[in-house]
Design a protein around this ligand. Structure first.
Ligand code: GDD
Ligand code: MN
Length: 372
């Protein structure tokens, strides 16, 4: 809480994004409205993207003045939430916003615990990854891995280190905190919204706490998490990082020039040596040396280091080798998980874990500062 004082939460707007949730929406609304009593006024905003299964019609048919529908075109979970939060900030007068899935993965009853937490923080996250929190055993290995890797990236790349469940879709937020964090500096379409909004809340000074929840597998219908969401996710977390870190921008730019150097040298070598494997190996090494020089004399220039440049050069090469192994293993793993997606998708995504490891290994080992 920025001012240290906490006004009590007397009213809350529940924001429910829906796309084809006809099987769940009415039941979930009923359960949420149970929370509407003397001490808490509850309103519900259903953000529907013209669901072909008629989700919005079912909500209209309830004919309850506490429940309204915000309709729009299908552009993704992030667009829907952005639209809803802007609406709440502009047209509604409530103390808090609760965002949750409309498929019973998040139990409406748990919202009380999140709202209670707002007595001492600006944001309460319904967290799967703190002590006492858990995920439905029905969630397969694939879903678990996507969630874990997504979280690892959100925490380490976007820099939300203190939060365990960065991709959580269940949150209670004080409206004043939401107002300080919005609008987002970079618009998002898909699921990465969860991370982007948390990042915005964090940098605007909101205090954040995690409340353990059990995340059930959806009761009916199917997940809408798609390939575009995954691509946007892995690209966007780096943008979030770029917003706040100068060293990181330099490192990323260096990496980009390295890619160009690699490809140009490869072409030149190929035209003289003709052997593609030899050309490839030499080109990779040239780009490694190029990246090292730029990082040494530009990116990490400000760091005082006692290690000799030759030692740093060797370390940099060792890290590059690790990068290669990591990106190739990711590629193989992704081919296994997503056999139906084109190979370039796996190749593209595999760059990111490697680049992440590369950055941290170089920043904290190769170019480790002597100062503490
Ligand atoms: N309006 C709208 N537009 N709603 C959408 C869209 C969209 O494009 N895509 C999904 N939704 C709604 C769904 O109808 C559901 O109510 C909720 O958003 C979550 O969608 P799911 O498809 O059920 O998500 P999930 O179970 O795979 O993902 C869960 O885990 C993610 C990662 O941890 C959710 O809790 C996400 O919020 C979370 O980020
Ligand atoms: Mn779900």
């Amino acid at each position: 809480m920025v001012d240290g004082k906490s006004s009590p939460i007397r009213s809350a707007c529940f924001v429910l994004p829906t796309y084809n949730e006809a099987q769940n929406i009415v039941a979930i609304i009923r359960q949420i409205l149970v929370l509407d009593h003397a001490n808490l006024t509850v309103q519900i905003l259903v953000v529907d993207d013209a669901s072909p299964d008629g989700t919005a019609d079912l909500v209209h048919a309830l004919n309850d003045e506490r429940v309204r529908v915000l309709s729009g075109q299908k552009r993704g979970l992030g667009s829907a939430y952005t639209r809803a939060f802007e609406y709440v900030l502009k047209h509604m007068s409530v103390d808090a916003v609760v965002q949750m899935d409309a498929d019973f993965s998040h139990a409406p009853m748990d919202a009380s615990r999140l709202l209670a937490q707002l007595a001492s923080t600006d944001v309460a996250i319904g967290s799967r990854y703190v002590a006492g929190g858990s995920v439905d055993p029905a969630w397969g290995l694939r879903r678990r891995l996507i969630s874990k890797v997504g979280n690892l990236f959100a925490r380490s790349v976007a820099g939300i280190y203190r939060v365990r469940d960065c991709t959580a879709g269940f949150k209670a937020i004080r409206v004043e905190a939401l107002r300080r964090a919005f609008p987002l500096r970079l618009r998002v379409q898909g699921y990465v919204f969860q991370v982007a909004s948390l990042h915005a809340l964090q940098i605007s000074g909101a205090s954040i706490a995690e409340v353990p929840i059990y995340f059930a597998d959806r009761a009916a219908g199917e997940t809408k998490l798609g390939r575009d969401d995954i691509i946007e996710f892995f690209v966007h977390v780096w943008w979030l990082r770029l917003l706040s870190r100068k060293t990181f921008i330099k490192f990323a730019l260096t990496g980009l020039t390295g890619v160009a150097v690699n490809l140009v040298s490869f072409q030149l070598l190929l035209s003289t040596l003709t052997n593609p494997y030899v050309s490839s190996a030499i080109a990779i090494e040239i780009s490694i040396v190029w990246n090292f020089m730029l990082n040494n004399f530009w990116t990490f220039r400000d760091r005082t280091m006692r290690t000799r440049k030759r030692v740093r050069g060797l370390k940099f090469n060792a890290v590059s080798l690790l990068t290669l192994v990591l990106s190739f293993s990711t590629f193989v793993l992704l081919r296994w998980f997503f056999p139906d997606h084109p190979a370039w998708f796996s190749q593209f995504i595999s760059i990111f874990p490697a680049a992440l490891a590369n950055y941290f290994a170089n920043s904290y080992w190769t170019f480790k500062s002597d100062q503490v």
